[in-house]
Design a protein around this ligand. Sequence first.
Ligand code: PEP
Ligand code: MG
Length: 593
Amino acid sequence: MVGGMTFSIHGLAVARGIAIGRAVLVASSRVDVAHYFIEPAQVEREIERVRRGRDAVVDELHRLQQTISQLGPKDAPHELRALLDVHLMLLQDEEMVGGVKHWIRDRLYNAEWALTTQLEMVARQFDEMEDEYLRERKADLEQITEKVLRAMLGQTTSGLPAGIAATRKTSSAELQLEDTDTPLVLIAHEISPSDMLQFKQGLFAGFVTDVGGKTSHTAIVARSMDIPAVVGARTASQLVRQDDWVIIDGDAGVVIVDPSPIILAEYQYKQRQLDLERSRLGRLLDTPAVTLDGEKVELLANIEMPEDAHAAMKAGAVGVGLFRSEFLFMGRHGHLPDEEEQYRAYCRAVEGMGGLPVTIRTVDIGADKPMDSTVIEGNHLNPALGLRAIRWSLADPSMFLTQLRAILRAAAHGPVKMLIPMLAHLSEIRQTVALVEQARAELQREGLPCGPVLLGAMIEIPAAALTLKTFLKHFDYLSVGTNDLIQYTLAIDRADESVAHLYDPLHPAVLRLLADTIAECRAQGKDVSVCGEMAGDVAMTRLLLGLGLRSFSMHPAQILAVKQEVLRADTNRLQPWAQTVLNADEPSAAMGC
Ligand code: PEP
Ligand code: MG
């Protein structure tokens, strides 16, 4: 299993733990490609789909050849004829055809995934060629693969393929692998948040992507899956080959490729230690989160899908502090979920929490969360500063009303709070409040049951943190989205690994805005929580407690570790210490980080 040359790749640590497994490379393609495992019974159908896609392209090229043959050499230069011949040849290439079948038959990859994987394999061989002419044929291969993918997309009508639901456990994919227990780790240049969701079924033991910052949404979804992940690993997807053995150290942000037996043994030992630590934490599940001096602390969950709610409760959450509803809107190829679908989804989350409160954040599409991974929505210069979140919702009030109605209706089934992202302007607040009222009035007129909701605003833009009085006048509670608050305060794109070193939760300006928000809410007797990644970071728990925070919303996997910190904390002592940190030029040094 081991041998060759061990090397390591450094990236950003985003999700804790150690994964050891074989690399599965997911090629990035300009066409929206779904990746999922199929059932063995679907193998022939998938092979047929590729064949039909390929035949359609072959026909197209033949037609083109015929048209060209009727033209003179001036209108149809020799190069064009030659190029068509090359494309036709590549389409029939044994290695391509055989490889695609292999990925479908032996790995149970869906047709598109098989095609892009094989493209990646062959493209690498082209890269290594001495002959420049042949090296350049790679671009042709990419072009025709894309043509075949498009032809295949034309055949399929459904949005998400049914096979997505197949988990590694239920599919018999394992039986077809040489080593049935081998965990698989995913290596990709980039994975869109919606693609990441498709992988949420437990297919992979870890993730590595070339791009992305620590709080990019891809990283957030990886973290919610509670598997080791490294992002911003720059060239990982070029350096790692399909099937390579890989260790992902999610704590250090390191990927070790082709480990030597000694290194492997060391990481297996670490892995066992982490498992032990995890089971020790498990004992805290039913312990109430109360500090040494008796302060009660609320530990809530961040979820992406309604089905996550139940698991969140099982992980010890006393409610959902952030349901990122935009994940219901992604990968839908433009067909947004209607009121009924949203209503049912929100109800599932409410039911999943068994009577505990669920905070539904209205849709936050935009920036690094496009609706579809390859659909470019408008031509935004700076997507993070563009039409995102509430701005997007207010730009299409009827769509927003649909969501508001669905949330209000779900509130008839259990405690629901509504949370609005990215507000900065009083005009936005007014429009939002008016639309919530309108949605309620409509439902009442139609005789549809709806429940009471507390209305909250996210504090994610410095402008909001600096005008808290206005926010507190209109909202029942506030929730600080530190991921964006840091991004916008420091002008650091959270998804850009090249500036990740400047993304600093402990920058004095960030801490000042955060501390003031907590203090102002407490002074006015309004609830405040933090739902950014800071809330789930155990290195921050004491500081946040010291600043007066009593409500934390995080990935369910972090809850027990944060609870352990809470149980060991004495807020009477942390409070003056937090003020020192807050006033320090270098808070991280004052904290002893
Ligand atoms: C945040 O910005 O901190 C937040 C919780 O929202 P999101 O990460 O979805 O932007
Ligand atoms: Mg945000």
